[in-house]
Design a protein around this ligand. Sequence first.
Ligand code: KG4
Ligand code: ZN
Length: 359
Amino acid sequence: MLCLGIETSCDETALALVREGKLVTQCLASQEELHAVFGGVVPEMASREHLRIMPQLLEQLLKRGRVELQDLQLVAVARGPGLLGSILVGLGLAKGLAFSLGIPLIGVDHLLAHLLAPGLEQELDFPLLGLLVSGGHTQIYRLDSPFSYQILGRTLDDAAGEAFDKSAKLLNLTYPGGRHIDQLAVLGHPQPGLFPAPYVDNDNLNFSFSGLKTAVANFVRNNPGLRQKQMDLEPDIKQMACKVPELADVCAAFNQSVVKVLQIKVHRALQRMPDVRGLVVAGGVAANSSLRRCMQSLADEQGLELYLPDKDLCTDNGAMIAYTGELYVQNGYEHGLDLEAVPRGKDIPWDFIVREKNR
Ligand code: KG4
Ligand code: ZN
């Protein structure tokens, strides 16, 4: 089955072709530069940019995949959670194609797609524990199969990626600042106890990162020399760390606090579920080098398989949408043309049309 995947839930316009669980090709247009000056995604600009770039991106994808529009057998689209206006652009294209080509349509949960993305690279052995860490979400899942899963914990305020981006903004690093903090942290030495590991002295699997952001804000206020004078789109990280070594140290301490919280909660969840066979870590923050190392040692220690997608598959992409959509349709799930978009903060409804398997 040749499946087109469409992803427009935030600030990446991404398309991919997947056939029988394998990536054929993909295209991505990032809006990072557009939003960087505002220090965050401007929703209306994001929707308009998706709409502007989509036709040329689709043309590019078909050319790269050496296929015609008529060769598509299925359209999968990220239906949320995300920015409503942005998702509607993807849904509009998906519905138009499904209707005009007379092929099935499937709406994909963007978060579930992040968790299943490693399936593009290796077979997933369920049940799995999933840590989803992105710009908008931080959640722990138990996944019994791609079609049966539950959320065990979620953030009560900021997401992990949001904490990275907001702290980066306080240091006047370009949005999205997660990767800049990561690169600076690698060059720094964390001062123990500089920042708290918030919301771990309890027995639940939820998160709270807003206190950590406040701690960074207070620290930067008392140490104004840490704030970069000029915001560069592609900053020279090494030069920055050489000029102000304390900046790298602060980033290292912050990064360590986030990773420590994630480590404690994932370890706690694993203790409660001795039957899980593997650990999936997904979403943009899964690209963080310190988190990757930490989750590898945790999985090794627990004798678990670690599924950590390639860095390109961690951030938003069309391949994970196409992969998840194809998997669902092959197992009898589909949506009608009345498929609805789901905004951030709302749970994705289980509203599939269920048909016979392996149609
Ligand atoms: O999954 P994603 O691409 O988009 C959402 O669905 O939110 O995640 C984006 C988030 C941003 O907050 C970005 O700063 C963060 O992932 N991120 C990182 C790294 N690379 C991306 N955070 C920490 N370290 C990184 N290397
Ligand atoms: Zn995402």
